[in-house]
Design a protein around this ligand. Structure first.
Ligand code: C2E
Ligand code: MG
Ligand code: MG
Ligand code: MG
Length: 279
């Protein structure tokens, strides 16, 4: 017979928390179905040269349109995909789909436009646990399409890259050795040690919108943005500024010798066909 405990049971029932938990479970269940149900899409945001005005690349961004839940933003579902491990499959699909889109653009417009795909550190970890590696996956995808490696870029956030252990860094280095570009995303929002930055196998700095926003008419902010761009040049990295919303921001970046920019001012993230039409 189980001993009876004298501890009074305290049941805390908070309907708000309860509802949030149920909602979370519902989303997770729906996310498990999402890829089979073809509810996931990639949209492509152009990266624009500030010197020529031409489109020099695209960032692939994931979109989830659920028939009843509506459009769920990535900032909501990517963390859930990471927690549940679904990110391994979603992330793989994103790379595959982005490269397939690149091939279709090439057929249609004759241009090989480099495409960037966001990479979750959890994705690398899961592959490692399965005894697989991203560089093998990427290598075979490129080979299947007959694509040169420089047409693929992987974006990792500054905070996630700085936390990577040596094993993961070795994996990223293998991707670099293949010729894939690696970008440090959201630069300026994490805690980068400059010493570490120099050792990371990255090719590109993506300056976060928070470093660009509010730069007009603020001398200190302007100086800070300029020095981050110069840091990129000094380390021989490509520099891309994110989240450009106004002509003033674009003009300041151009004056500060930022080569490439991306943001609503130029183009919103676009469906594949609209991106092709722009090319
Ligand atoms: P991110 O990689 O830094 O992507 C840039 C985000 O800024 C995108 O939000 C984009 O739509 C938004 N953006 C672009 N231009 C502007 C602008 O001018 N102003 C403002 N305010 N925002 C702008 P989105 O698509 O909602 O994605 C949010 C984040 O979710 C991404 O940030 C990335 O970290 C993550 N994410 C999106 N797709 C994927 C994916 O396929 N895999 C993984 N692992 N993460 C993804
Ligand atoms: Mg990104
Ligand atoms: Mg970013
Ligand atoms: Mg971001």
């Amino acid at each position: 017979m189980a001993p009876s405990l004298d501890v009074p049971h305290l049941t805390v029932f908070d309907p708000v928390i309860e509802q949030a938990l149920q909602e979370r479970e519902r989303l997770i269940a729906a996310l498990r179905e999402a890829s089979h149900a073809r509810q996931l899409r990639l949209v492509y945001q152009p990266k624009v040269s500030l010197t020529t005005g031409k489109i020099v690349g695209a960032e692939a961004l994931m979109r989830w349109h659920h028939p009843t839940l509506g459009t769920v933003p990535p900032l909501r579902f990517i963390p859930l995909a990471e927690e549940t491990g679904l990110i391994a499959d979603l992330g793989h699909w994103a790379i595959e789909e982005a490269l397939a889109a690149l091939v279709r653009w090439h057929r249609r417009c004759g241009r090989l436009v480099p495409v960037a795909v966001n990479l979750s550190p959890r994705q690398l970890e899961l592959l490692r646990l399965r005894g697989e590696s991203l560089d093998d996956h990427v290598h075979s995808l490129l080979a299947r399409h007959g694509l040169p490696p420089h047409c693929l870029e992987l974006e990792l956030t500054e905070s996630s890259l700085m936390q990577q252990e040596e094993t993961a860094l070795a994996e990223l280095q293998r991707l670099r050795d293949l010729g894939i570009s690696l970008a440090l995303d959201d630069f300026g929002t994490g805690h980068s040690s400059l010493a570490r930055l120099q050792q990371l196998p990255v090719t590109t700095l993506k300056i976060d919108r928070s470093l660009v926003k509010g730069v007009t008419g603020n001398a200190r902010h302007h100086a800070l943005l300029g020095s981050v761009i110069n840091l990129g040049w000094a380390l021989s990295l490509n520099v891309v500024a994110e989240g450009i919303e106004t002509v003033e921001e674009a003009e300041i970046l151009r004056q500060l010798h930022c080569p490439i920019a991306q943001g609503y001012y130029f183009h919103r993230p676009l469906p594949e066909a609209e991106f092709a039409a722009l090319l």
